[in-house]
Design a protein around this ligand. Structure first.
Ligand code: GCU
Length: 329
């Protein structure tokens, strides 16, 4: 945790006469938060609003400095930095959390959610709350969850069915589950960091990738992979995580301020998301993208063996059963 002595910040921004007050000062904290998304991304906007609320509600005593756009590296690096005490907070998608707690792999299970309402019931209900604590023994905990729509394949050539994917190289956020998805569809998975996908597509190192519409458009992948197939295989949320050491070292009051602002940021982000999807689709089309409507049945069928794999592993099978139980509430 970066504890900023009051005197240090006063030296920059407060008239001299006030420096004598520093002896009665409350501890000031500046938390560093790094993520790999664009500043136009709704998750960044939600984090930005959260930071403002926290600063205001704490009377300026808690500040959050955000480093967007992968400037501190991708989630693998930023989570590691957080574990080593070099960073206080970061954002990781459920796939990026999977190496730290296998429970998060459930989000990579294709077509697990019946619809958006089912997904949100899980994410923001008791199951989601339980999931958010799963990484505590790894040195960090999740304090907010953000929706991220559905992930679909996009490529340099149209994909109308799994048969078209044969032999293709597809970038994934590499986990055992995502790799298997690609293999079951007859393609090969490529574990390329988010920030390097554009160049990999441009240079033909890969033939395609998979993501939601805002990331497809904001990363400009649309320029080098014009065909977006709406197979919507997974719904993988993003998580805001904080180092356990930092979190546990805070006062109850500080934690309450952050928790409330984090909740509000979830609500704000959900409000922005659907509009952002519509906007990204429109902008991508203006840049020459073709959105392909496909029959999801052959994708669903090809990916069924993953369900058998999950059922064999007792710990993830339990999460899966709980999630399936929320489908018809
Ligand atoms: C989405 C998601 C990110 C993730 C990225 C990726 O954009 O919001 O958290 O890092 O996909 O595919 O790497």
């Amino acid at each position: 945790m970066k504890l900023k002595p009051l005197l240090a910040s006063l030296c920059i921004s407060v008239p001299l006469m006030m420096t004598s007050m520093s002896t009665v000062a409350v501890e000031k904290i500046t938390l560093k938060l790094a993520h790999n998304l664009d500043q136009e991304h709704v998750v960044h906007k939600a984090l930005d609003q959260m930071a403002k609320e926290i600063q205001e509600e704490s009377g300026g005593n808690i500040r959050i400095r955000i480093y967007p756009n992968g400037q501190m590296g991708g989630p693998r690096e930023t989570i590691e930095m957080m574990q080593n005490g070099a960073l206080d907070m970061t954002k990781g998608s459920a796939s990026e959390m999977e190496p730290f707690a296998s429970a998060f792999s459930v989000f990579s299970l294709p077509y697990l959610f019946k619809d958006d309402a089912h997904f949100k019931r899980v994410l923001y209900g008791p199951i989601g709350q339980d999931l958010m604590k799963q990484t505590d023994s790894k040195g960090f905990v999740a304090i907010a969850a953000y929706v991220a729509g559905t992930r679909s394949f996009y490529a340099k050539k149209p994909i109308n069915s799994p048969a078209d994917m044969k032999g293709m190289k597809i970038r994934v956020v590499s986990t055992p589950t995502t790799n298997k998805i690609i293999e079951l569809l007859g393609a090969s998975p490529a574990p390329i960091p988010f920030g390097e996908v554009y160049t990999a597509l441009q240079q033909g190192v890969i033939d395609g990738a998979e993501n939601n519409e805002p990331s497809y458009f904001q990363t400009r992948h649309v320029e080098v992979a014009k065909f977006y197939t709406e197979d919507q295989h997974t719904s993988v949320p993003d998580y805001l995580v904080i180092a356990s050491k930092v979190w546990n070292g805070m006062s109850d009051e500080q934690r309450a301020i952050i928790t409330k602002a984090a909740r509000n940021s979830e609500v704000y982000q959900q409000k922005l998301w659907d509009k952002e999807v519509t906007n990204s689709r429109k902008k991508a089309q203006e840049m020459g993208a073709t959105f392909i409507t496909v029959d999801k049945t052959p994708f669903r069928e090809a990916l069924k063996p993953l369900y058998d794999d999950f059922r064999k592993d007792a710990s993830v099978a339990e999460w899966m059963t709980k999630i399936e139980g929320e489908a018809n509430k």
